[in-house]
Design a protein around this ligand. Sequence first.
Ligand SMILES: Cc1ncc(COP(=O)(O)O)c(C=O)c1O
Length: 348
Amino acid sequence: MDAILAKKPLKWAELGFQYIKADFRYSAVFQKGNWLPGNLISEENLNIHEGAPSLHYAQQCFEGMKAQTTQDGRVVLFRPTLNSERMNRTASRLLMPEVPQDLFIKAVEEAVRANYAWIPPHGSGAALYVRPMLIGVGENLGLKPAQAFEFRVFVSPVGPYYKSSGLAAISLAVSEFDRAAPQGTGSYKAGANYAGGLLATLKAQELGASEALYLDSASHRFIDEAGSANIVILLKSGELITPSSNAILPSITRRSVLEIAAEQFGIKTEERAIDLRIEFDSFAEMSACGTAAVLSPVGRVYFDSEWHIVNGDGYSVGPVMQKLYDSLIQLQRGEVEDKFGWLHEVEI
Ligand SMILES: Cc1ncc(COP(=O)(O)O)c(C=O)c1O
């Protein structure tokens, strides 16, 4: 389908992270062991059987990525093959069929292209969020894998994830709940991981925090991740560290930030267990990172019944996170040379 080139009259700079209905979504169905040819549709509601395993047993997974408009008007995705690989890793864990990478990329490209009118312009601070999803459909009352699946990609223009827009510090509150078991599904992007987190987020927000911070569920000592973002920490020694844990989602943003830090700025990076209480005083800067969160500095962390300030005043953005954020978004928006080869252009 050709792109409709006139942009929608949205107040792009005022967008939050909410669903706005775009014109088209891509849908493909898996039946009897094969993917049937997919296509663009306009209906946003799914017609799904009441006995579908995605509804009862959470046999479903999803991905999240962004399309951006570059300075010279191109439309680019950021490392979409990594989202494809991660979706297939999750699909295998949940006994769902893999979505072939060419189908995944074609579906994302078609959904983005068909909704060109909804892609925020360069410089607006907004982006087109792309949500691929894979769900078990069809009747299936017993606890067994679905026989049919739908792969769908929908999009929505979005602004910043956290209410504090731009690069302002957020706060996290350590959750009394566990997000994922040590050998559970924490490292997969399965919807089942998120339902249990809703109450943790609510409790964190009641304390005035932006989001919950989870510690490892075995010892409740080591940092795992935030509700929808990984954690990176700059130590006062100058090293950039991030939790190693088999219960966290392997964030594409985190991987990219670590690569930028090491290769562009010569910062020493390490993935290792981080004991929150023992190491907190050695933190110089802390951030949450993810597709939606980008790189959000964390100013304060609530644990052991009180707020703890991360180094500075609890509100300002540290210099290293600022330069990592600048480098990341300049790269994602095509404002600097794509020397890592991370951008994937969508032909309009
Ligand atoms: C639990 C969780 N951790 C981390 C992330 C960040 O991953 P990515 O950088 O690939 O978006 C996400 C999704 O954005 C997430 O849902």
